[in-house]
Design a protein around this ligand. Structure first.
Ligand code: NAD
Length: 260
Protein backbone atom coordinates (compact mmCIF):
# COMPACT_ATOMS: atom_id res chain seq x y z
CA UNK A 1 0.00 0.00 0.00
CA UNK A 2 1.27 3.46 -0.86
CA UNK A 3 -0.20 6.57 0.77
CA UNK A 4 0.73 10.22 0.74
CA UNK A 5 2.29 11.45 3.98
CA UNK A 6 4.41 14.18 2.35
CA UNK A 7 4.86 17.14 4.67
CA UNK A 8 3.65 15.25 7.76
CA UNK A 9 5.70 15.01 10.95
CA UNK A 10 5.38 11.63 12.69
CA UNK A 11 6.62 10.62 16.16
CA UNK A 12 7.17 6.90 16.75
CA UNK A 13 8.00 5.89 20.34
CA UNK A 14 10.18 2.84 21.01
CA UNK A 15 11.42 2.91 17.42
CA UNK A 16 14.97 1.63 17.96
CA UNK A 17 13.97 -1.92 17.07
CA UNK A 18 11.18 -4.41 16.48
CA UNK A 19 7.74 -3.16 15.47
CA UNK A 20 8.51 0.52 16.12
CA UNK A 21 11.45 0.45 13.72
CA UNK A 22 9.29 -1.13 10.98
CA UNK A 23 6.61 1.54 11.52
CA UNK A 24 9.18 4.35 11.36
CA UNK A 25 10.64 2.97 8.11
CA UNK A 26 7.23 2.54 6.46
CA UNK A 27 5.95 6.01 7.44
CA UNK A 28 9.16 7.45 6.03
CA UNK A 29 8.85 5.44 2.79
CA UNK A 30 5.43 7.06 2.40
CA UNK A 31 6.77 10.59 2.76
CA UNK A 32 6.63 11.42 6.48
CA UNK A 33 9.48 13.07 8.37
CA UNK A 34 10.03 10.80 11.37
CA UNK A 35 10.94 11.68 14.94
CA UNK A 36 12.40 8.43 16.25
CA UNK A 37 12.03 8.11 20.03
CA UNK A 38 13.52 5.45 22.29
CA UNK A 39 15.27 5.05 25.66
CA UNK A 40 17.97 3.18 23.80
CA UNK A 41 20.59 5.01 21.74
CA UNK A 42 20.01 2.37 19.07
CA UNK A 43 17.31 4.78 17.88
CA UNK A 44 20.11 6.47 15.95
CA UNK A 45 20.45 3.32 13.84
CA UNK A 46 16.80 3.56 12.76
CA UNK A 47 17.45 7.15 11.67
CA UNK A 48 20.56 6.08 9.73
CA UNK A 49 18.54 3.40 7.93
CA UNK A 50 15.81 5.90 7.03
CA UNK A 51 18.38 8.38 5.72
CA UNK A 52 20.11 5.61 3.74
CA UNK A 53 16.79 4.99 2.00
CA UNK A 54 16.39 8.70 1.18
CA UNK A 55 14.05 9.69 4.01
CA UNK A 56 14.29 12.30 6.76
CA UNK A 57 14.50 11.31 10.43
CA UNK A 58 15.93 12.53 13.71
CA UNK A 59 16.49 10.75 17.01
CA UNK A 60 14.81 12.13 20.15
CA UNK A 61 15.80 10.05 23.19
CA UNK A 62 13.35 9.90 26.07
CA UNK A 63 11.58 7.64 28.55
CA UNK A 64 7.84 7.49 27.81
CA UNK A 65 7.18 6.36 31.37
CA UNK A 66 8.41 9.67 32.76
CA UNK A 67 6.22 12.74 32.17
CA UNK A 68 9.10 15.22 32.38
CA UNK A 69 11.12 13.25 29.88
CA UNK A 70 8.13 13.04 27.52
CA UNK A 71 7.45 16.78 27.75
CA UNK A 72 11.11 17.59 27.04
CA UNK A 73 11.16 15.16 24.11
CA UNK A 74 7.97 16.71 22.66
CA UNK A 75 9.35 20.24 23.00
CA UNK A 76 12.55 19.20 21.21
CA UNK A 77 10.60 17.51 18.38
CA UNK A 78 8.37 20.56 17.80
CA UNK A 79 11.31 22.95 17.95
CA UNK A 80 13.43 20.93 15.50
CA UNK A 81 10.81 19.51 13.12
CA UNK A 82 7.63 21.53 13.69
CA UNK A 83 4.08 20.62 14.77
CA UNK A 84 3.38 16.90 15.00
CA UNK A 85 0.67 15.41 12.76
CA UNK A 86 1.07 11.72 13.62
CA UNK A 87 1.83 10.03 16.96
CA UNK A 88 2.48 6.30 17.21
CA UNK A 89 2.53 5.12 20.83
CA UNK A 90 4.52 1.95 20.28
CA UNK A 91 7.02 1.73 23.18
CA UNK A 92 6.09 -1.14 25.46
CA UNK A 93 7.62 -3.79 27.69
CA UNK A 94 6.63 -7.07 29.31
CA UNK A 95 8.35 -9.36 31.79
CA UNK A 96 10.86 -11.88 30.48
CA UNK A 97 10.29 -15.63 30.90
CA UNK A 98 11.51 -15.61 34.51
CA UNK A 99 9.25 -12.67 35.44
CA UNK A 100 6.03 -14.57 34.84
CA UNK A 101 4.23 -15.12 38.13
CA UNK A 102 0.67 -15.54 39.42
CA UNK A 103 -0.94 -12.41 40.88
CA UNK A 104 -0.25 -13.53 44.45
CA UNK A 105 3.50 -13.61 43.70
CA UNK A 106 3.76 -10.69 41.28
CA UNK A 107 6.19 -8.05 42.57
CA UNK A 108 5.48 -4.32 43.02
CA UNK A 109 8.49 -3.25 40.97
CA UNK A 110 7.54 -5.32 37.91
CA UNK A 111 3.90 -4.19 38.15
CA UNK A 112 4.89 -0.48 38.43
CA UNK A 113 7.47 -0.66 35.66
CA UNK A 114 5.12 -2.29 33.15
CA UNK A 115 2.18 -0.02 33.99
CA UNK A 116 4.40 3.08 33.85
CA UNK A 117 5.65 2.38 30.34
CA UNK A 118 2.71 0.54 28.74
CA UNK A 119 -0.11 2.66 30.19
CA UNK A 120 1.28 5.90 31.70
CA UNK A 121 3.54 6.27 28.66
CA UNK A 122 0.58 6.27 26.28
CA UNK A 123 -1.18 8.87 28.43
CA UNK A 124 1.89 11.14 28.77
CA UNK A 125 2.63 11.12 25.02
CA UNK A 126 -1.02 11.46 24.00
CA UNK A 127 -1.49 14.39 26.39
CA UNK A 128 1.52 16.36 25.26
CA UNK A 129 0.97 15.91 21.51
CA UNK A 130 -2.83 15.96 21.25
CA UNK A 131 -3.15 19.49 22.68
CA UNK A 132 -1.50 20.94 19.57
CA UNK A 133 -3.45 18.61 17.29
CA UNK A 134 -6.74 19.83 18.79
CA UNK A 135 -5.69 23.48 18.36
CA UNK A 136 -4.66 22.93 14.73
CA UNK A 137 -7.79 20.83 14.00
CA UNK A 138 -5.92 17.82 12.64
CA UNK A 139 -3.87 14.87 13.79
CA UNK A 140 -3.79 11.09 14.05
CA UNK A 141 -2.74 8.87 16.94
CA UNK A 142 -2.25 5.10 16.79
CA UNK A 143 -1.64 3.14 20.00
CA UNK A 144 0.04 -0.25 19.73
CA UNK A 145 -1.74 -2.54 22.17
CA UNK A 146 -1.81 -6.33 22.16
CA UNK A 147 -4.30 -9.14 21.79
CA UNK A 148 -3.53 -9.70 25.48
CA UNK A 149 -5.35 -6.43 26.14
CA UNK A 150 -8.47 -8.05 24.62
CA UNK A 151 -8.05 -11.63 25.87
CA UNK A 152 -5.83 -11.85 28.96
CA UNK A 153 -3.23 -14.49 29.60
CA UNK A 154 -2.07 -16.24 32.78
CA UNK A 155 1.04 -15.02 34.66
CA UNK A 156 1.23 -11.68 32.84
CA UNK A 157 -1.26 -9.65 34.88
CA UNK A 158 0.53 -6.31 34.57
CA UNK A 159 0.89 -6.50 30.79
CA UNK A 160 -2.70 -7.75 30.31
CA UNK A 161 -4.02 -4.95 32.54
CA UNK A 162 -1.88 -2.22 30.98
CA UNK A 163 -2.78 -3.23 27.41
CA UNK A 164 -6.50 -3.49 28.26
CA UNK A 165 -6.30 -0.05 29.89
CA UNK A 166 -4.56 1.55 26.96
CA UNK A 167 -7.05 0.15 24.45
CA UNK A 168 -9.97 1.63 26.40
CA UNK A 169 -7.96 4.85 26.81
CA UNK A 170 -7.70 4.86 22.99
CA UNK A 171 -11.48 4.79 22.61
CA UNK A 172 -12.00 7.34 25.35
CA UNK A 173 -9.49 9.73 23.75
CA UNK A 174 -11.16 9.25 20.34
CA UNK A 175 -14.49 10.38 21.83
CA UNK A 176 -12.92 13.59 23.16
CA UNK A 177 -11.00 14.76 20.12
CA UNK A 178 -13.09 13.55 17.16
CA UNK A 179 -14.94 16.89 17.03
CA UNK A 180 -11.59 18.66 16.53
CA UNK A 181 -10.54 16.60 13.51
CA UNK A 182 -8.22 14.31 15.46
CA UNK A 183 -8.49 10.52 15.08
CA UNK A 184 -7.29 7.98 17.67
CA UNK A 185 -7.09 4.26 16.92
CA UNK A 186 -5.34 1.18 18.22
CA UNK A 187 -3.65 -1.86 16.71
CA UNK A 188 -3.66 -5.11 18.67
CA UNK A 189 -0.86 -7.37 17.41
CA UNK A 190 -0.80 -11.11 18.02
CA UNK A 191 2.59 -12.82 18.19
CA UNK A 192 5.03 -10.90 15.99
CA UNK A 193 8.52 -12.10 15.10
CA UNK A 194 11.14 -9.74 16.52
CA UNK A 195 14.57 -10.29 18.05
CA UNK A 196 12.87 -10.46 21.46
CA UNK A 197 10.14 -12.97 20.56
CA UNK A 198 12.61 -15.09 18.59
CA UNK A 199 14.52 -15.60 21.84
CA UNK A 200 11.37 -16.12 23.90
CA UNK A 201 9.39 -18.48 21.62
CA UNK A 202 10.63 -19.15 18.13
CA UNK A 203 14.10 -20.60 18.72
CA UNK A 204 12.49 -23.54 20.53
CA UNK A 205 10.72 -25.76 17.96
CA UNK A 206 8.31 -27.36 20.42
CA UNK A 207 7.33 -24.04 22.02
CA UNK A 208 6.98 -22.40 18.64
CA UNK A 209 4.71 -25.20 17.34
CA UNK A 210 2.62 -25.11 20.50
CA UNK A 211 2.13 -21.33 20.23
CA UNK A 212 1.35 -21.42 16.51
CA UNK A 213 -1.21 -24.21 16.96
CA UNK A 214 -3.47 -21.45 18.34
CA UNK A 215 -2.95 -19.24 15.28
CA UNK A 216 -5.11 -20.15 12.24
CA UNK A 217 -2.60 -18.59 9.79
CA UNK A 218 0.06 -20.80 11.43
CA UNK A 219 2.92 -18.30 11.40
CA UNK A 220 4.12 -15.47 13.58
CA UNK A 221 3.33 -12.01 12.23
CA UNK A 222 6.00 -9.93 10.57
CA UNK A 223 6.75 -6.44 11.91
CA UNK A 224 5.61 -5.22 8.47
CA UNK A 225 2.13 -6.70 9.11
CA UNK A 226 1.75 -4.25 11.99
CA UNK A 227 3.38 -1.36 10.12
CA UNK A 228 0.94 -1.84 7.21
CA UNK A 229 -2.04 -1.65 9.59
CA UNK A 230 -0.61 1.54 11.12
CA UNK A 231 -0.01 3.03 7.68
CA UNK A 232 -3.66 2.51 6.76
CA UNK A 233 -4.89 4.03 10.03
CA UNK A 234 -2.76 7.19 9.70
CA UNK A 235 -3.63 7.68 6.04
CA UNK A 236 -6.39 9.91 4.67
CA UNK A 237 -7.93 6.69 3.30
CA UNK A 238 -8.92 5.97 6.94
CA UNK A 239 -10.40 9.46 7.47
CA UNK A 240 -13.70 8.04 8.82
CA UNK A 241 -12.04 5.53 11.18
CA UNK A 242 -11.64 6.51 14.81
CA UNK A 243 -12.01 4.79 18.18
CA UNK A 244 -11.25 1.48 16.49
CA UNK A 245 -8.87 -1.29 17.51
CA UNK A 246 -7.58 -3.20 14.51
CA UNK A 247 -6.61 -6.76 15.48
CA UNK A 248 -3.65 -8.11 13.48
CA UNK A 249 -3.10 -11.57 14.91
CA UNK A 250 -3.37 -14.22 12.18
CA UNK A 251 -6.79 -15.16 13.57
CA UNK A 252 -5.53 -15.99 17.08
CA UNK A 253 -8.45 -14.31 18.86
CA UNK A 254 -11.11 -15.29 16.31
CA UNK A 255 -12.02 -18.32 18.42
CA UNK A 256 -10.69 -21.72 19.46
CA UNK A 257 -8.32 -22.93 16.75
CA UNK A 258 -8.11 -26.49 18.16
CA UNK A 259 -10.70 -29.05 19.14
CA UNK A 260 -10.44 -30.82 22.47
N1 NAD B 1 6.35 -8.54 19.37
C1 NAD B 1 5.16 -9.00 19.69
O1 NAD B 1 4.86 -10.19 19.54
C2 NAD B 1 4.11 -8.06 20.22
C3 NAD B 1 2.82 -8.58 20.40
C4 NAD B 1 1.82 -7.75 20.86
C5 NAD B 1 2.10 -6.42 21.17
N2 NAD B 1 3.36 -5.94 21.02
C6 NAD B 1 3.59 -4.53 21.37
O2 NAD B 1 4.24 -3.87 20.29
C7 NAD B 1 5.08 -2.84 20.78
C8 NAD B 1 6.50 -3.04 20.26
O3 NAD B 1 6.94 -4.32 20.67
P1 NAD B 1 8.25 -5.03 20.09
O4 NAD B 1 7.98 -6.47 20.09
O5 NAD B 1 8.71 -4.35 18.86
O6 NAD B 1 9.25 -4.73 21.31
P2 NAD B 1 10.82 -4.45 21.30
O7 NAD B 1 11.26 -4.77 22.68
O8 NAD B 1 11.47 -5.12 20.16
O9 NAD B 1 10.85 -2.88 21.07
C9 NAD B 1 10.35 -1.99 22.03
C10 NAD B 1 11.18 -0.74 22.00
O10 NAD B 1 10.67 0.15 23.01
C11 NAD B 1 11.79 0.73 23.66
N3 NAD B 1 11.41 1.16 24.99
C12 NAD B 1 11.26 0.40 26.11
N4 NAD B 1 10.94 1.17 27.15
C13 NAD B 1 10.87 2.43 26.69
C14 NAD B 1 10.59 3.68 27.32
N5 NAD B 1 10.34 3.75 28.63
N6 NAD B 1 10.59 4.81 26.55
C15 NAD B 1 10.88 4.73 25.22
N7 NAD B 1 11.17 3.58 24.59
C16 NAD B 1 11.16 2.44 25.31
C17 NAD B 1 12.85 -0.36 23.68
O11 NAD B 1 14.16 0.17 23.87
C18 NAD B 1 12.66 -0.99 22.32
O12 NAD B 1 13.48 -0.39 21.33
C19 NAD B 1 4.99 -2.93 22.31
O13 NAD B 1 4.05 -2.00 22.78
C20 NAD B 1 4.51 -4.35 22.54
O14 NAD B 1 3.83 -4.49 23.76
C21 NAD B 1 4.38 -6.74 20.56
Amino acid sequence: MKVDLQGRIAVVTGAAGGIGRAIALLLSENGATVAVNDVSDRGVETCREIEKRGGVAKFFPGDVGNAESVNAMAAAVEQDLGPVDILINNAGINTGKDGRHPVHEFGDAAWRRILSIDLDGVFFCSRVFSGGMVKRGRGVIVNIGSVLGLVPIRLQCAYSAAKAGMLNFTRSHALEVGGYGVRVNGVAPGSILTEGTKDLFYKDKQLSESLLSHVPLARPGDTKDIANAVLFLVSDEASYVTGHVLVVDGGWTAGFAREW
